[in-house]
Design a protein around this ligand. Structure first.
Ligand code: GDP
Length: 453
C-alpha cells in the first residue's frame, strides 16, 4: 500500500544520490519533497509538519560521514522519523522496544473486544486472531458474535471459527449484545477457555447507538484488549473513525486491514499520532493466515522502498513445511532446483496468499510495481502453471533443457494451454532459480537489511 510514497521518496533520493556533499539547500529540497510525498500519501498535516521538522532539524548541521553518501544519511534520518511516527523506537521510559502483537498477560479467560465499522474486516480479523492464538500460542479460543442486527454476521463468524479450528458461542435468538457477551464470558469460565474474542456489530458509519452498545459491552466485560479494525483503503476516513472510537469507547490497539491493496500509506502514519494507540496487527489478504505483526521499522523500510524481506521470510517460514523447505534449500545451494521443486513452490505461494501481496514485500520491487500489470498476477496463473508442470514427464521436470518445440506442443495440449504459456513458465522458472540463488546467498550473509549505516 505504500508504493506511492516510496516512489516519491526514491525520486528525491535518486537526485540526492548524484551529489557529493549534504548542503543546507539539499536538505531544504529533500524536506520539501518529503513533505509533498507525505501529503500526497494522505498523511494528516500536523503529522507531516512534525516529521518534516524533525528531518530538517536532524539533517542540517549533521556532520557528513565519509562512509555513507549524503542521500543515505538523509534516508536514515527520514527512516528514523517514520519509525517514531509509526510508534516504534525506544519508549520514553527507556524500558523496551515496541512490542508487536497482542498482550494476553491477564488471568484467563482474557476478553478481546473487536470494534469497527461494517466491512472493515472485523469478523475476518477475529477469525485470523483466533487461528494465530490457537496455532502459535496453543490457546483455547472462543469466538462470539454480538451482531444481533445481521444474522448473516453470526453465521459468518461460526464458519470462520470452524476454519480456524476454534469454538464459537452457540447462537441464541433474541439475546442482546450485552447478554451474549456475558454468556460468552460465563461459558469461557466454565469451560476453561484462555481467550474470548467478542466481535461487536458494525455499522456503515459511526452513530451514537453503536457507540453506546460497544461502550456497554466494554464496561461489562472489561476487555484486556479493545482492538479497532480499520480499512487501510479508506485513508483519512479511517483516521477519523479511529479518533471517534478512541474518544468515545477507548481503544488499546489498531488492526489495519487490506494493506495488500494499493491504498496510500498515510493512514498508518497518522493513526498513532491521532489516537496514541499503537497499530498492533496488519491484515494482508482474505485468507485466515494473512495476518502480520506490525513492526514500525519494517513498515518504514517498506515506505522507503527497501522492501520487507523479514516479514516475507517469517510468513514463508510459517506456511512452508520445514522439512520440505530444508530439502529445497539444500537443493538450491547445490544448484539442483528443478521444475518438480518449482511446482511445490507454486503450491506454497498459493498458501501464503496473493502474489501481489508477496511482491509488495520484496526489496526493489516497490519501484517496479507501477510497471507490472497486476491484473495478470491473480492466482489462476499458479493453477495454470501447475497444470503445465503436471503435463510434463518426470524426466522433463528434472531436466527442463530438453524441452524443445514438439515436447512443448504436447505439454500445451495436455494442460489446455498454449506453447506461449509453456515458454512463459520456463522463463519464470529460470528467473526464479536465479532469484533463489541470490536469496540463498543473502541468507548466508544473515539476512542483512540494506546498508543504512
Ligand atoms: P466486517 O463487516 O467488518 O466484519 O468485515 P468482514 O470481516 O466481513 O470483511 C469484509 C470483506 O473484506 C470480506 O470479503 C473479507 O474477506 C475482506 N477482507 C477482510 N480483511 C481483508 C484484508 O486484510 N485484505 C483483503 N484483501 N480483504 C480483506
Amino acid at each position: 500500500m505504500f508504493e506511492a510514497l516510496s516512489g516519491k521518496l526514491n525520486g528525491v533520493f535518486d537526485r540526492l544520490r548524484r551529489r557529493g556533499a549534504l548542503s543546507e539547500s539539499d536538505v531544504a529540497e529533500a524536506s520539501r519533497e518529503v513533505r509533498i510525498a507525505l501529503l500526497e500519501a494522505d498523511v494528516a498535516l500536523p503529522v507531516v509538519k512534525d516529521i518534516v521538522a524533525k528531518v530538517r532539524e536532524r539533517a542540517v548541521g549533521q556532520e557528513v560521514l565519509r562512509s555513507v553518501s549524503p542521500a543515505q544519511q538523509v534516508i536514515k534520518i527520514v527512516n528514523d522519523c517514520l519509525v517514531e511516527a509509526l510508534g516504534g523506537g525506544p519508549r520514553e521510559d527507556g524500558a523496551a522496544e515496541h512490542v508487536p502483537g497482542l498482550s494476553l498477560n491477564a488471568p484467563s479467560p482474557v476478553p478481546i473486544l473487536m470494534i469497527g465499522l461494517q466491512g472493515s474486516g472485523k469478523t475476518t480479523t477475529s477469525g485470523k486472531i483466533a487461528l494465530r492464538l490457537r496455532t502459535r500460542e496453543r490457546k483455547k479460543v472462543l469466538l462470539a458474535s454480538l451482531d444481533v442486527h445481521r444474522p448473516a454476521a453470526q453465521l459468518q463468524l461460526e464458519t470462520l471459527a470452524k476454519q480456524a479450528g476454534v469454538a464459537s458461542l452457540p447462537i441464541i435468538q433474541g439475546q442482546s449484545p450485552l447478554e451474549i457477551a456475558q454468556r460468552a464470558m460465563q461459558v469461557a469460565r466454565g469451560e476453561l477457555y484462555d481467550v474470548v474474542i467478542l466481535d461487536t456489530a458494525g455499522r456503515l458509519s459511526i452513530d451514537e447507538a453503536l457507540m453506546e452498545e460497544v461502550a456497554q459491552v466494554k464496561a461489562a466485560t472489561r476487555p484486556h484488549e479493545s482492538l479497532l479494525v480499520v480499512d487501510a483503503m479508506t485513508g483519512q476516513d479511517a483516521v477519523q473513525t479511529a479518533r471517534a472510537f478512541n474518544e468515545r469507547v477507548g481503544i488499546t490497539g489498531i488492526v489495519m486491514t487490506r494493506i495488500d491493496g494499493d491504498a496510500r500509506g498515510g493512514a498508518a502514519l497518522s493513526m498513532r499520532a491521532v489516537t496514541g494507540a499503537p497499530i498492533k496487527l496488519l491484515g494482508a489478504g482474505e485468507k485466515l493466515e494473512a495476518l502480520e505483526d506490525f513492526h514500525p521499522d519494517r513498515i518504514a523500510g517498506r515506505i522507503l522502498g527497501m522492501g520487507d524481506i523479514v516479514s516475507l521470510v517469517e510468513r514463508a517460514a510459517e506456511t512452508i513445511d520445514k522439512a520440505e523447505a530444508e530439502k529445497l534449500a539444500a537443493k538450491m545451494q547445490k544448484g539442483q532446483f528443478d521444475l518438480e521443486d518449482y511446482a511445490k513452490q507454486l503450491q506454497q505461494i498459493g498458501k501464503m496468499g496473493s502474489l501481489s501481496g508477496i511482491l509488495n514485500m520484496l526489496p526493489g520491487l516497490g519501484k517496479l510495481k507501477g510497471q507490472i500489470d497486476e491484473s495478470k498476477l491473480d492466482n489462476s496463473i499458479l493453477k495454470r502453471q501447475a497444470a503445465i508442470i503436471g503435463s510434463m514427464t518426470p524426466k522433463e521436470r528434472r531436466n527442463p533443457d530438453i524441452l524443445k518445440a514438439s515436447r512443448k506442443k504436447r505439454i500445451a495440449a495436455g494442460s489446455g494451454t498454449s506453447v506461449q504459456d509453456v515458454n512463459k513458465l520456463l522463463k519464470q522458472f529460470d528467473d526464479m532459480s536465479a532469484m533463489m540463488k541470490r536469496m540463498s546467498k543473502l541468507g548466508q550473509k544473515g539476512m542483512m537489511r540494506g546498508g543504512l549505516g
